[in-house]
Design a protein around this ligand. Structure first.
Ligand SMILES: Cc1ncc(COP(=O)(O)O)c(C=O)c1O
Length: 419
């Protein structure tokens, strides 16, 4: 494809290329202890058998690829993942299932516990006495609440004050009790851990910290189902040259990075982590070479990415597996949401939430700035895979940003014609 003129953009990204990235390094035992093919197979067999499971579509965005001056953009569209409309359905609910199975087995020894046993309430006398808890900006809590409802235990979810009413209501709709914390996501994580210790509850967190690794490892393993789907949907001759993935605590990018690394080894694509300017804990960790806090105030429209501290398990993969760390202003995500809603990508309108588009937004911002574009090797023949990790998980916020409701966007025949 001929190189297109790329229009300059005021979405100025900040790039740090990771000096510790090691493309020659084999996927070894320390990585495999976190994410492995065997554990993926288990997650796939389990989640693939849940009612309503179907691979989400992988969409080509030719209009935006042209705009970015590259060959292709592949967009893994998670907006219809189970009933939740985000990739998080694969993580939290899977971790709840594994935790309940372990707890039932410990109390009723001898018989392996299946998901179906829990769904039909075979061990309800045990599971009804158990409570799972977590902190969330929205999507993870929804997944844990959904898992608790389906597999039959109680659930308490802690949300930061900034969590929107729509996202709180969506969690409550699955029967969970929601506690609003006067503080940030990281404050909510600490409060969930403290209350769980006091009450004898089980923390099902998507972030790991010293002494707390098993459950977040299950969460990350659940996410690899999405990555494997994408691998099998990509045309064999079109292996991506780059992957741009948004990060909050880093479990998502680490799951994508680790699974591609194990699957493709040295042939894996260049891996770019994208965060909001104001919630840049992964970027800061890459700069320092060790887990660091965000320097920003976490005030971002990309609510799911508003995390101040990295997950240690995630960092263990990204430290060498991620090639680049990019941060973007909110404006980048807003513009990407509108472009997808308007069909500017060249196809049916795509409804995408503000955290879900961050990877794509990072690509578009990077491509629009010649120095960043060159530094990332975004040549005219580049093929980029991004993960659209949520739909309109809060319809009110979506409408405020895009100017139309998710339903109006999805049904708009003018946009569908690729205006
Ligand atoms: C839609 C969406 N995308 C991406 C992420 C980032 O995931 P992680 O915090 O595991 O990096 C989140 C986290 O909540 C999210 O909700």
């Amino acid at each position: 494809m001929p190189h297109q003129a790329v229009s300059p953009s005021s979405c100025l990204p900040r790039l740090h290329s990771n000096p510790r990235a090691d493309h020659e390094r084999a996927y070894g035992p320390s990585e495999r202890a976190i994410l492995s093919r065997a554990a993926f197979e288990e997650a796939m067999a389990e989640i693939g058998a849940w009612p309503g499971y179907a691979p989400t579509p992988l969409r080509s965005l030719p209009g935006l690829a042209r705009e970015a001056g590259i060959d292709r953009i592949w967009y893994k569209d998670e907006s219809a993942r189970f009933a939740l409309g985000s990739f998080k359905a694969l993580g939290g609910a899977y971790a709840v299932l594994r935790l309940l199975a372990r707890e039932v087995t410990a109390r009723v020894p001898g018989v392996p516990v299946t998901a179906l046993d829990l769904v039909v309430g075979r061990y309800a006398r045990v599971t009804r006495t158990l409570t799972v808890t977590t902190a969330t900006d929205g999507n993870h809590g929804r997944s844990v609440a959904w898992g608790a409802q389906v597999f039959g235990c109680n659930c308490v979810v802690y949300v930061p004050a900034a969590c929107s009413p729509g996202r709180r209501a969506a969690i409550e709709a699955y029967g969970a009790r929601v506690v609003v914390i006067d503080g940030s996501y990281d404050d909510a994580v600490r409060r969930a851990a403290a209350d769980a210790a006091e009450q004898g509850w089980f923390v099902v967190s998507d972030t790991s910290y010293t002494g707390y690794m098993d459950v977040p490892r299950d969460v990350m393993q659940g996410y690899t189902v999405m990555v494997e789907e994408a691998i099998s949907q990509l045309p064999a001759s079109e292996r991506p040259t780059h992957v741009f993935v948004q990060g909050g605590v880093g479990s998502l990018p680490a799951a994508v990075c680790g699974h591609l690394w194990e699957s493709w080894g040295r042939q894996r694509p260049r891996f770019v982590v994208v965060e909001p300017h104001n919630a840049d804990c992964l970027y800061q960790s890459a700069v320092a070479g060790r887990p660091m806090r965000s320097e920003g105030d976490l005030d971002t429209v990309m609510a799911g990415l508003a995390c101040g501290e990295v997950s240690l398990l995630a960092w263990a993969i990204l430290e060498r597996g991620a090639d680049d760390f990019l941060t973007i202003p909110d404006e980048g995500a807003v513009t990407a949401m509108r472009k997808l809603a308007e069909g500017k990508h060249g196809g049916r309108p795509i409804v995408a939430g503000e955290s879900g588009v961050a990877g794509l937004a990072g690509l578009l911002c990077a491509a629009a700035h010649e120095d960043v574009r060159l530094a990332l090797g975004l040549a005219p023949d580049a093929r980029v895979l991004v993960f659209g990790t949520e739909g309109a998980t809060d319809p009110e916020v979506y409408e405020r940003i895009v100017g139309r409701s998710p339903e109006m966007v999805a049904e708009d025949p003018v946009s569908a014609a690729g205006r």
